[in-house]
Ligand binder design. Sequence first.
Ligand code: GDD
Ligand code: MN
Length: 353
Amino acid sequence: MISIIIPTYNEKANIPILSRRIRGALNGEAYEVIFVDDSTDDTPAVLAEISGRYPEFRYIHRERETGLATAVIRGFEEAKGEILAVMDADLQHPPELLTEMLASIQRGAELVLPSRFLSGGGDKGLRFHRKVVAKGARLIAQLALKRVRRVTDPMSGFFMLRRHVLHGIEWNPIGWKILIEILVKGQYSSVAEIPYEFQQRQGEQSKMSLREQINYLRHVYRLVRNSPEDRRLFMFLLVGLSGVAVNLFSFGILYSITRFSALWSGFLSSLFAMTSNFLLNDTFTWPGDKLGSAIVRYIKYVLISTVGIGVNLVTLYLLHSRFGVNALASNAIGIAVATGWNFGMNSIWTWRE
Ligand code: GDD
Ligand code: MN
């Protein structure tokens, strides 16, 4: 059986049309529809009417709680199906796609995500400023969270999954984006994406707000903190930034107070920064059990960083001198590539995990 969970907040005009289209699309399938409603208007009356008429439709009305993510989790708890789907009530997610999503699950996908950003898809249903905000939000999640990088539309509220994907998840969402919570914490290996056109909203207004956007940032931060692999990269970058500060500060001291030349001051402050980075990474980025002695780890770290400088310079040279890319941009890309090299090599060699 498929359980379709639909969070609703003041959507009375959309519910009858949505219900009709779901019945049309899933005609012949075994399914149930669970509305999780936090409305403050008379949407519950519409839901009562629908669920009185069609036994496969039911609803829960929450009095004391609101919030999109917790509404979806409540729906998961109530659902009886082996296959679970989540979609919005405002017809921006076309119900007709449910059959295609189901077929993809039956072919073996554990998680199916309709995507606005695959070729053939689109998001004409969003206004321009929402598109910009959404793109920024997506970028933040994809930089911060490795498992979010695998998919093109992680911000969506439209997806289908096998129940086992949720097995053992300790829910801790804030706000709206239940899907990133599932992407980061779920048990799955095969994800399928299907392009679709995000429709214009019907009836009422979007419930998205600045408050939800701030909640979103808190949610991503919380996920990063609790996901070991993502926390490591985040810490590594933070330590790298602290190294820049150590370098500048010690250069200032060495050069202006002691009588070292600029070159010697530069050399020594690089050494200080590298050493402080090593100690911070050894303590905070890879806090677990350590292999071998600290001296060996330090030597490995210094070797990797030294090659890292080479990686930076080679990238800079290739981009700038060979391909004519602007020098500053080439160096920035060089730094990014070298940081990737340093992080990757240290993860597998210095602090093998
Ligand atoms: N139960 C419940 N409680 N439902 C809610 C709540 C709430 O506090 N807030 C919103 N909803 C319901 C709405 O009634 C609708 O069915 C669905 O959640 C999405 O809300 P919209 O107001 O339509 O949001 P949106 O269209 O701006 O955002 C949607 O698209 C985004 C992609 O651009 C959502 O699916 C987002 O999650 C998605 O990122
Ligand atoms: Mn909507």
